[in-house]
Design a protein around this ligand. Sequence first.
Ligand SMILES: Cc1ncc(COP(=O)(O)O)c(C=O)c1O
Length: 382
Amino acid sequence: MRRIYLDHNATSPLVAEAREAAERALGECFGNPSSVHWAGAEARALVEEARGRVARLLGIDPGTVVFTSSATESNNIVLRGAARASAREGGAIFTCATEHPSVLETLRDLDVRGVVLPVERDGRLDPACLERALEREPARLVSVMWANNETGVIQPIAELAAVAAARGVPFHTDAVQALGKVPLALGALPLDFASFSAHKLGGPKGSGALYARPGAPLVPLLRGGGQERGRRAGTENVPGIAGFGGACAFAARDLQARAERLRALVRRLWEGIEAKIAEAHCHSALDTGLPHTLNVSFAGADAEALVTALDLEGIAAATGAACHSGSTEPSHVLLAMGVPPALGATAVRFSLGPHTAADEIDALLDVLPALVARVRGADARR
Ligand SMILES: Cc1ncc(COP(=O)(O)O)c(C=O)c1O
């Protein structure tokens, strides 16, 4: 059976550059980057090459890149650091309702006040809403994701960061899903922190990064041997880091052309769905969102059942919040956008990758109408 993978927002297969770089670190460059001898120097060179590659994709100085174990860790460093850094000064941490659990759950776990701002029906946080909230009470941090993992909706990050900067409040963005998909040019924005994860763009799992602007109030979460210039202790995951660098080098090449190709494929998919399937609702922004993500509700068709039916055809897609697929909770992202719970429970996410081909989209469109009809029929009989 032909296998078609349309779940790149959950994870994306290793690209060749990432594999080659990681294999060098697993083999010949086995040293500890902190060692002064030749073996250490070879591993150090791989780490620094990767730092340069990540920085180039982001338009920032390599010295501002801190390697971590994941974006979950990067988000924890920033939120937990903010809670401790300004403990005496007080102030709330502001975020928005559609964030990833690694932000929302961390905030819930902290002993500081968290303010979760609502989003508009299009999934975006209105900068005026943030401005009003910051007028009402003091803040120690604002954290808003660049692009949503479920819908691909892109936040007005430049405007939001400017609102925070105008009040001298540090600003963090979880940019996991945007990296390598849309140009980021972080250096030009009034941002303090940004989180990234290698495995969403063809790097290895368990490899992340944190951008910290020079002078940003970074409080290390892990202390120990002083690695990463004291910002994140622990012997570096050299294969993970090298693989991350390889993935960024791949992503930087033809980024714009790839994005345009994927946007056209997503449009082809949505237009095919609209033409063939009644009562389909699009939750993504086809022109302004991430180019490779389409989130659609097929009213009356349970998403879990539909994704299982697709899987039986060899097609991998995701329900609701795919980072933890398998949960039957309605998606907090769609609920926050005002989608009724029953419709939210029918949402399926298709996320394309750099090698997704037009005939894979057509193969999906060939089987989808019958599968939706079958699942709808089964649901109606229940
Ligand atoms: C928006 C977003 N933030 C954070 C994460 C967590 O990344 P990681 O798997 O590196 O912990 C994910 C995906 O899992 C994500 O989609």
